[in-house]
Structure formats: structure tokens, C-alpha cells
Write a protein that binds this ligand. Sequence first.
Ligand code: AMP
Length: 279
Amino acid sequence: MKIYSSLEEWKAFRPSLPRSLGLVPTMGFLHEGHLSLVRRAREENEVVVVWIFVNPTQFGEGEDFGTYPRDMERDLALLREERTDYVLAPEVEGVYPPGFQTTVNVEALSSVLEGAHRSGHFQGVATVVAKMLCLTQPERAYFGQKDAQQSVVVRRMAADLGMLTEIVVCPTVREPDGLAMSSRNAYLDAEDRRASTVLYRALCAAQKAFAGGERRGPRLCAAMEEVLRAEPRAEVDYAAVVDPETFAGLDGIEGTAWAVIAVRIGKIRLIDNLLLNAE
Ligand code: AMP
């Protein structure tokens, strides 16, 4: 496994690699969710590249950029076990050198839900992902369903800009009690960790109502809110039922929909989602 911190060196090297390259973008502090993407990339591509970069432009003021968990040595050991070929681990100045001034904005999708609660977040995400895709020219890039809106933003961007990369979205990996794995879970103390299962429990309440025939968006939201209200440590940013393409809230559901939740527990903000289906 070779590690590149210089994007200039990587750029000179990339043309010698085959087209069949799978990219897994991450912010590091890897867990089984990330590794599931690496394994899928390993199955489907000749070459696997993992990007590790805590991207400052997708954090808002007062968010946790400074304290975001980092452990490069551990991450590299895990990636070696997964037979990763290359790791790109640039410095902030390597990604955003002096004079950098280009941004990518996926307009409407970036203005709702996560976008509305985290101003500038998706512009930061879209810009850095666009840069990664340019630098690595992957045949496939792997993202997690855990960040559902992000995956739709990236898909839209790739389609709108005519990118050749296939965007592959992989299922959310959960802890045995349902909590979606996330680097930020490391910061939950014992009480908050116990409370954090409320997201999945609320999503399951919506799924259960949906499976029982409920198709009214507000009723499904009410089912989630009832569970969330019962957990005093949870401060809700949103609990919504949305169109899978536009992320607009739905009054009535005809096909499929996503139930999406963002909650603050103590200082930690957690998001999760579940596809509503009839089973
Ligand atoms: P992050 O390091 O949090 O930016 O995540 C990097 C990638 O891993 C993103 O595409 C995430 O959606 C994905 N990811 C994070 N957590 C999970 C999880 N629990 N299951 C599956 N994918 C995940």
C-alpha cells in the first residue's frame, strides 16, 4: 500500500494506473461502515484508492472541524488489512493551495434539510468530491447510504457535470443495537451512547407505520417524533419523510420515500435514515 500526501506526485502517477479504479472518499477515523465501502471497491475494481482528508470547507463555524477524531496510523493499518492499493492523505494546503477559488454548488438539493441546518456544507462536499474525482479519475466511487442527502448531491453533481464515474451507494452499517456507525460516535459518553439508539428506533417506528399502510407524510413524521420526544437527551434538528430524488418533504407517498433524522445528543450531532418499504 502506497501513501501519497503530495497531490502533485499523485497526479504524475495516476496515468500509469488502469481505468478500473475504485475510489472511497473518507474523513478518516475508519470504522466498519467505511471498510464496507473499501471491500465493495476491492471486489469491483483492479485498483482501490482511499482518500483520507478532514475537509475544512464542509464544516460550518462553531462545528467540530478542530476536534474531529483523527488516527492516521490506525486507519492505515485497517486499510492494509483490506488490501487497499493507494491512500491519498493530503494536507489542507495541498487541496486548497493559495489562489484556490472554484466551488461546485448543487443548488436546490443543498438548500434543504442537512443543507438548511449546515450552511455551506454541501458546497464544501461537492467541491472536494469534484476535486477528488478529477484527481483520481475513478471508474467507480463509493459512498454510504448513511449520508443519504450527500449521496444524492454527489450523484446529481456527477450527472450534471457529465462525469464518467459511476457513483455507487452502499448500505448503512449499524451497531448491534441499530446505531449507524459514525466516526463521531467515539465522542458519545455512556449515557449519550444509550440515548443515541433513539434515531434508529424512531426510523423503525416510521417504517412500521409505513408497512402497516400509512402513506401520509405528516403521520409518519408524527410516529418518529413520538419516539424522539420520549428521549430527553435528544434535541431534534429534523425528522422528515422525503422524496428520494429531491429531498423535498412529502404529504403523501406513492412510491418509495426516505425517512431522515438529525438529532443533537449533548454536543454530538447524529444523522440517520431508512428507506420506507412495504415489507
Ligand atoms: P465520512 O468519513 O464520515 O465522511 O464518511 C465517508 C464515507 O463513508 C461516506 O460516503 C459515508 O456515507 C460512508 N459511511 C459513513 N458511515 C457509514 C456507515 N455506518 N455505513 C456505511 N457507510 C458509511
